[in-house]
Unconditional design. Structure first.
Length: 737
């Protein structure tokens, strides 16, 4: 199957352009409530905090027109939500889903036995703090109720309920202009403007390949649904940022879809009996980010030590780690930390070398673990480890001191299935159980394991996974896994955060997550995009990184980074990381929150930072460039904590009136003053980029460039990334010798 990843060109409607009033069938009773008889004059207006809800009845017949719409008092001519011409705004249905599950990947289908579309409004009233609309469906024996309540000066809460719990599907419909763009929705990798698409909101494995061949077909043949598609992601956030001055979000954790396929309609389909949603108002995109993150939570600045240089994945035991650290020191690399993923032991699997998921020190690899950690700390290098919410039976493992899986079985600490006390998940060569985070005893037990590791001097780890809770899992609390699934990544991050707090090291502790929900930024210290393939392509390779970073940033994930060089290698079909790809990926990572190197899943088959002297020298140079930006990033992280603004920014956040910027998907801003356009195509040594209006200085050469908003092509050989900083921004002293 051929997929077209190019986004269609569209005329951009400048911000603030109001949507035209759209039809809504207001019943005669509503006109009576408004104080006038049916006819052209019948109107009702309700104040809801800083918001205004307007309903107009133009006549007795539907074709005479009318509308219901929501606006903000500050921009009363700009509609935030309106019903669709000649239609309704709620639908209900009875559905039965089918869910295929395997290794953290989900495939959903739904069969509806009944759908109700004949919505009627029978009463609208205000109780002083909210507006409540009530009615029924003419084609079903079902009542509905909808509440509008101001939750802040810029955010309106919307809640809809159905009277019969057997109706387990609810759809919320509203109008959209054909040229309205929607951005965000979490870490989405293949599009920026999602208009014309349907996005499932469900945390799951991103997938490998995602349409690239032959990898996708190979994985579909051998590993079920593990290839994924354009919309599978670890962090699906139910928030769409519109370029028309509004944001639309849902609070629900159940499976849902944002349906933006039709040009004039925005529809949310939710697998629940109750919809909890909201609207955010703001004149510019940055105001929408601020309004949304004020509600969901914002990310705190990272520890100072993490900004002084790269964090490098090393492996192989104490001797190998000391050797590699010495080599980097000799090469002049300003090393901030080493990430020792194999601290708990290694095992060989179908996907290459994997970790023993038993969170205890492997004394075969690291017999002097505590001494090694202390030695590196003395040298100014932090040690990070690895952990995830799975446990596997290590009975056959060498150098086993503690069997956490056995302890979990005895304590009843693992998630169950409908048929068993333990839901074992196939991980490709081994099975694993999932810790049940709804059990308070589990949380205390696992937190103690974490605190023990922190007590050895470790100052962070990859808090991997979190998206794999099965749809039909049985939980200790009795909660329905269908509504807890998207909450699980948040709880996983919260537990790690609590462990660092209880150990007294929170400010100095760095953990990074790949999965999350809308509220995860309030708990997680840092996110990373997940497991990209070591290819250049726009399916699952290098060219998916910038779209993922930008969409995540617009969704409240203000501190985000990537596995430098990618993760998935399949050497058996010729998919391995080249020197050029590693260096170009590094040149992108320099301008993100963190440089963290990954060796891939097949370290010996892929190019590494020290494969040759030239690569090691390039790595040292880029690491110094990254370190030089530490003061600037510190300012940006303080801003992120205060406003929710991401470090890695889509240009719309600073140039909302420039229609050229909205479709840019391979360049970005680091803060307001540094523009970056990495080379993302193999074999190229120049890049074409859009330089917004202003006076700029080319990084490296120091050449001044004045732009009125122009496309330019610049040389960008390896070692000289295409980056421009704003003249007079204060970055000159940091970036130019």
């Amino acid at each position: 199957m051929t997929r077209d990843f190019t986004e269609p060109q569209r005329p951009h409607r400048l911000r603030g352009t109001p949507m035209r009033p759209l039809f809504f069938l207001c019943l005669t009773l509503l006109a009576v409530l408004a104080g006038c008889s049916p006819g052209p004059c019948a109107k009702a207006t309700f104040d809801v905090g800083s918001f205004v809800l307007r309903c107009e009845l133009a006549g007795d017949l539907p074709e005479d027109g009318g509308s219901i719409e929501v606006a903000h008092a500050d921009t009363a001519d700009q509609v935030l939500w309106a019903s669709i011409d000649g239609s309704h705004f709620l639908e209900a249905a009875i559905g039965q889903e089918t869910v295929e599950y395997g290794r953290g990947s989900f495939l959903f289908s739904d069969t509806e036995s009944l759908r109700c579309t004949g919505q009627e409004v029978q009463r609208v009233e205000s109780d002083g703090s909210s507006v409540i609309a009530r009615g029924s469906f003419s084609d079903c024996e079902l009542d509905w109720e909808m509440h509008f309540e101001a939750e802040s000066a810029t955010r309106l809460g919307v809640r809809a309920t159905l009277s019969d719990e057997s109706y387990n599907r609810i759809s919320w419909l509203g109008a959209s202009q054909p040229d309205e763009g929607f951005y965000g929705f979490g870490a989405q990798f293949n599009h920026l403007n999602h208009k014309g698409l349907k996005l499932p909101i469900w945390a799951q494995e991103q997938g490998h390949g995602r349409g690239s061949e032959p990898l996708t077909s190979l994985l579909e043949l051998t590993e079920g649904n593990s290839a994924g598609d354009w919309f599978t992601t670890y962090t699906a956030v139910p928030f769409g940022l519109s370029d028309a001055g509004r944001g639309v979000y849902l609070d629900n954790q159940e499976y849902l879809e944002f349906d933006l396929v039709e040009p004039t309609k925005l529809q949310v389909d939710l697998w629940s009996n109750e919809l909890r949603a909201g609207l955010v108002q703001g004149p510019e995109p940055r105001d929408l980010v601020r309004g949304f993150t004020e509600y969901t939570g914002r990310m705190a600045p990272l520890p100072d030590w993490s900004q002084g240089g790269p964090i490098v994945r090393l492996h192989g035991g104490s001797k190998a780690v000391r050797r590699d650290v010495a080599e980097m020191r000799a090469a002049g690399v300003p090393l901030a930390g080493v990430w020792l993923e194999d601290w708990c032991g290694l095992r060989n699997t179908l996907f290459g070398t994997r970790i023993w998921w038993n969170w205890d020190i492997d004394r075969g690899l690291y017999p002097d673990w505590e001494e090694l950690v202390a030695e590196l700390e003395e040298d100014g290098v932090k040690v990070l480890a690895y952990m995830n919410p799975f446990l596997t039976d290590p009975a056959d493992k060498e150098f086993l001191d503690r069997n956490l899986y056995e302890e979990a079985i005895e304590g009843g600490y693992l998630v169950g299935s409908p048929d068993s006390d333990v839901f074992l998940v196939d991980q490709g060569g081994f099975d694993a159980g999932i810790v049940d985070l709804t059990n308070p005893d589990v949380r205390e037990w696992l937190k103690a394991v974490m605190i023990d590791l922190i007590g050895t001097g470790v100052r962070g780890w990859m808090a991997d996974f979190g998206e794999a809770l099965p749809y039909d899992a049985v939980l200790h609390s009795g909660e329905d896994a269908r509504s807890y699934h998207n909450q699980f990544p948040y709880e996983w991050a919260r537990l790690v955060r609590e462990a660092s707090q209880d150990a007294g090291v929170e400010d100095d502790f760095l953990f990074f997550s790949r999965s999350g929900n809308a509220w995860s930024p309030g708990e997680t210290r840092l996110f990373w995009l997940g497991d990209q393939t070591v290819t250049w392509d726009e399916y699952d390779g290098f060219r998916t990184v910038i779209p993922g970073l930008l969409n995540a940033g617009l969704s409240g994930y203000s501190l985000e980074h990537t596995d430098t060089g990618g993760w998935l290698s399949v050497s058996s079909v010729g998919i391995t990381r080249t020197k050029e790809l590693f260096q170009r990926w590094l040149e992108l990572s320099v301008f993100t929150t963190i440089i963290r190197l990954h060796t891939t899943n097949e370290a010996d088959e892929n190019h590494q930072y020290n494969t040759d002297e030239e690569t090691l020298e390039h790595f040292a140079d880029m690491s110094h460039l990254y370190a030089s930006l530490a003061p600037y990033r510190a300012e940006l992280m303080a801003e992120a904590e205060a406003t929710g603004m991401p470090l890695i920014r889509h240009l719309m956040l600073h140039y909302p009136d420039d229609p050229q910027v909205y479709d840019l998907n391979q360049q970005f801003l680091l803060g307001p003053d540094l523009l970056v356009a990495p080379v993302v195509h193999e074999g190229e040594s120049e890049v074409t980029l859009y330089l917004p209006e202003g006076d700029w200085v080319r990084l490296g050469s120091g050449a001044a460039v004045s732009s009125s908003g122009e496309w330019i092509t610049v040389a960008a050989p390896i070692g000289d990334p295409a980056a421009f900083y704003r003249s007079g921004s204060g970055l000159e002293a940091q970036l130019q010798p």
